[in-house]
Design a protein around this ligand. Structure first.
Ligand SMILES: Cc1cc2nc3c(=O)[nH]c(=O)nc-3n(C[C@H](O)[C@H](O)[C@H](O)COP(=O)(O)OP(=O)(O)OC[C@H]3O[C@@H](n4cnc5c(N)ncnc54)[C@H](O)[C@@H]3O)c2cc1C
Length: 593
């Protein structure tokens, strides 16, 4: 829904309306977090408690946790003591906020268990006028399209469960559990992994519940962000955007601060260009179904599909005339692929093509078996498949086309054994190349082996490409690209993953002065966004840089900064809110002189 532009004029424009933007908006509305050692007792880490005591709420005012997320003593301590189960690179700001929300992993089981040590106080004087533009039809970002009523939702995604437990997806101020209990009469279980439709509805309800809805302009695509000089001679940002309901009308807003929250999963601008201008763009996050072309698919075509990191489902046009009954071919090594294997395995046989090396096996390895038994089951199948493949391929073969080829496949198959269809099988193939696919779904897989390559042929009823998704920063104009220090202005901004900023954006260091293309400020004035690396002088290790501030007035939050789990995005949003407030206070001081 398009809302009227809020008054007063926004100081901050946020691009993207996912969970990170929702939480930032909550903060910019003047909701301030304080350390709360009283409600459920002090944090069990007594040293952290002593460091945070000064950030407790006092009616006379004082520092809040928005200051704590920039306190280098606190962050250094967190860095030395805390680590995420998910990634060793999770930044200390994220870990600090996470441990204040729930002091250990098991506490995310339910809202009651969490025992948050954050007290939220509404301080209207700290509010910052802002506006949030997002392509999805409702707030929620990449989740928004998952509403079960959505016509663009692929049937396979209906009822798909989240990776996280409900309370890991909750945002401060209004939790998933509170939403669920309002919307449903039944209770919510501990350790529940909600379905995507419920999460979508939760994020859509969040701004309404908290009175933030006036600043959200959904179904709105930002087409360009560039820096310009305004009438007062100040450098500011010019943001061009359009509403999908009437895309012929191009709108512009000028602002001193832009926050990029556009994520790494969708490319609405590209979709807008691709689709007829009057259609609502179909989210690339939704698996589009395509018929296999009449001539089938060559290896090159399929590899292009796989490396484009766009999910897709390919469906045969006809039924194969011979051979075994079709299986589903799932391509991918991560959580989405595991999810697809588990779901498809309930009704079909599954062939799973995945990447594997001893040094770098599947990302599923990072997920604790106790928390994610279903992914542990798929990982076990994959491990067994690697072993079976190694043994099968160790047998000498005279040519890659010998007659016993499908015998190889038979020896490698395993029962899926998920209780639903006990006779369905799983055939895992590691590092296989899909050589070709016929229009009727006859697939030829090439298995590389030390004793020579082997091929396997199989009939498939569906090919699910689950090799990851990507986002886009193509909407950044040349001067903003330079400001962000994107090493090459020509860097491919059309397909970005969560490591993009880490790889391409420069670190906005203390010693750096602006170049001609940057805004006319000296960054010596600005505090570091991250604590120094453990060894003084040493370069920060990959992932320890936050990339929250890309240049003066230009910020990034959410998955764009490398933190893809909602629970680990909250700290970065708090740091950005802190920095925006700090710079506003400085500007006011300067004006008062
Ligand atoms: C299939 C899937 C399952 C996931 N499951 C989980 C999970 O269980 N738990 C978890 O913690 N995380 C999960 N994630 C990770 C995901 O990173 C987060 O859940 C979260 O959605 C990221 O939030 P965000 O605010 O960074 O961006 P997003 O949610 O990606 O939202 C950004 C929005 O900005 C929009 N946008 C982009 N460009 C423009 C533009 N030019 N103009 C206007 N709008 C624009 C995009 O269309 C998008 O809607 C999952 C991700 C995927 C893809």
């Amino acid at each position: 829904m398009t809302n009227p532009r809020p008054d007063p004029a926004p100081v901050v424009v946020v691009v993207g309306n996912g969970p990170a933007a929702l939480f930032l908006s909550y903060l910019l509305h003047g909701n301030v977090p304080f350390y709360d050692p009283a409600t459920t007792g002090p944090h069990p880490d007594s040293h952290l408690h002593s460091l945070l005591k000064k950030y407790s709420y006092t009616p006379s005012g004082g520092p809040s946790l928005l200051d704590a997320v920039a306190d280098l003593t606190v962050l250094d301590y967190i860095r030395s003591r805390y680590v995420s189960f998910y990634s060793v690179n999770t930044n200390p700001i994220a870990l600090l906020v996470d441990t204040l929300i729930a002091s250990d992993e098991a506490r995310f089981a339910s809202l009651a268990c969490k025992q948050s040590r954050i007290k939220w106080v509404h301080l209207p004087d700290t509010a910052v006028p802002h506006i949030v533009f997002g392509a999805s039809p409702a707030p929620g970002g990449q989740w928004a399209f998952s509403d079960n009523n959505s016509s663009v939702l692929h049937p396979d995604e209906k009822d798909q469960q989240s990776l996280s437990y409900a309370e890991m997806l909750s945002l401060p101020g209004y939790s998933f559990t509170e939403f669920f209990l309002t919307a449903n009469t039944n209770q919510i279980d501990d350790y529940v992994r909600p379905c995507r439709g419920d999460i979508s509805r939760y994020y859509a309800a969040y701004p309404h519940q908290l009175g933030l809805e006036n600043v959200f302009q959904s179904s709105t695509v930002v087409t360009s962000v560039d820096s310009v000089i305004n009438d007062s001679g100040e450098r500011i940002f010019r943001v061009d955007y359009l509403h999908l309901k009437d895309p012929t009308v191009r709108l512009t807003i000028q602002t001193p601060v832009v926050v990029l929250a556009s994520g790494v999963f969708e490319k609405p601008l590209k979709e807008l260009r691709k689709n007829s201008i009057h259609q609502r763009p179909v989210s690339p996050g939704i698996m589009p179904t395509r018929l296999l072309p009449p001539q089938g698919v060559s290896r090159e075509d399929l590899e292009a599909d796989i490396s484009s990191r766009e999910p897709a489902v390919l469906v045969p046009q006809c039924v194969p005339s011979d051979g075994p009954s079709p299986a589903v071919l799932v391509i991918g090594s991560g959580v989405s692929a595991a999810e697809a294997v588990a779901r498809c395995g309930q009704t079909s046989n599954v062939i799973h093509a995945f990447q594997w090396s001893n040094a770098n096996p599947s990302p599923l390895r990072r997920l604790a078996r106790e928390s994610y038994p279903e992914y542990a089951r798929i990982l076990k199948l994959m491990k067994r498949a690697v072993k079976a493949q190694r043994e099968a391929l160790a047998q000498p073969t005279t040519s890659p086309h010998d007659t016993g080829l499908d015998q190889v496949a038979i020896t490698m198959r395993q029962p899926l054994d998920d209780g639903n269809k006990p006779h369905s099988w799983y055939l895992g193939v590691a590092n296989a190349l899909v050589q070709s696919v016929s229009p009727c779904g006859r697939v030829t897989l090439l298995l590389p082996g030390e004793m020579g390559n082997r091929t396997i042929t199989a009939n498939v009823s569906k090919i699910k490409i689950c090799t990851g998704r990507s986002g886009s920063l193509e909407y950044l104009g040349p001067s903003v690209r330079r400001l962000a220090g994107l090493r090459s202005v020509n860097a491919d901004l059309g397909s970005i993953s969560k490591t993009f900023l880490e790889t391409h954006a420069r670190e906005f260091s203390k010693d750096e002065v602006s170049d001609d293309d940057s805004l006319s400020i000296c960054s010596n004035d600005l505090p570091d966004c991250c604590p120094p690396s453990p060894k003084p002088g040493a370069a920060s290790s990959p992932g320890t840089s936050c990339h929250l501030r890309l240049g003066h007035g230009l910020y990034a939050i959410g998955s764009l900064t490398g933190e893809t789990l909602v629970r680990f995005m909250l700290g970065g949003c708090m740091w950005v809110a802190h920095d925006i407030n700090l710079n506003r206070a400085r500007s006011k001081e300067l004006l008062a002189i």
